[in-house]
Design a protein around this ligand. Sequence first.
Ligand SMILES: [Cu+2]
Length: 360
Amino acid sequence: MMSLIIGIGVALIVVILYLIFRIGNLVSLVKDEKAATQSRNRTHAFLLMAFMILSLIGFYYWSYVHFDEYVLPVASEHGAITDHLFWITMAICVIAFTLIFIVMFWFTYAYQYEEGRKAAFFADNHKLEILWTLIPAVVMALLIFRGLRAWTDITGPASKEAEVIELVAQQFAWTARYPGKDTELGKIDFRLIDASNEFGLDLTDEKSYDDFKSQTLHLPAGKEVLLKIRAKDVLHSVFLPHFRVKMDAVPGMQTQFKFRPMKTTAQMREETGNPNFNYEMACTEICGKGHFSMRFPVVVEDEETYNKWKAAQEAWLKQNPDYYDKYVPKEKKESAMIKSGMSPDNGSLKQVELKTVSVN
Ligand SMILES: [Cu+2]
């Protein structure tokens, strides 16, 4: 209903403006041409001033009323710094925008055509040029300096205790890989990727034996997390809005993002008053037709629950025993069995069972 009223209002304003224009034209037919031009000029100058005032009121009013919808609650440590930087930049832009907007329209009003008035002319003005170069340069330098510090912190090396998680993007899904008990991700090789080995796990590396796959991103609250990000086909982008995390997933290279989630999903439900609240991760790079579906559920738990969840997960190798038979080197078979938590009947035995079933 509200938008209908606004629509009708806008239509009426357009009709009124058209009528004013028509009246101006008719008047110019009756009066002499010079006076008519002057009158038209005055009308335009007045309309431009009205546009300036109405737009500014609209801009400030809208921003004020919808302010709370602009930002999601922050749930990470560095998020506060990112937000601070964002709002400083926004404040500078709004001040500059308002000043330029007012001056621009004021000039069209104050210096409208008047008979006999001549425009001032000067070829250059050093003082003015130095001023309008120096002020933006200093402001930009300060902003970039602060931004760079935040950036090096986010992309810098993580501490040894950091929880390392790999996020792999492909058209059109995310997969997460956790390092398992040894807390180190195993080596990967893109040439090893196939229908089952979607990570391209290199099973000659012992660190890969306990790695496990997850279709939900579990994060421990209060602990540093290092996301290692890669893409298998085209550009994708990791976006965790509540944590102020955004990093491109680039095919052929690994990117990373370090952060510390501070609020569990349960705490966030309480804070937002929404019992159905869930964090989520999205892809923010238009990566193809199914881009919209690249949504990944995120759960933040306290460290204890998180560790319990981790301990309950099955290693990728345990779920794919035929890879144990085919790709784990002989001398590492025992270590692979222990690290992946396989029982002796997982490997070759299960293979035999499967074959029997398919024959039948
Ligand atoms: Cu994508």
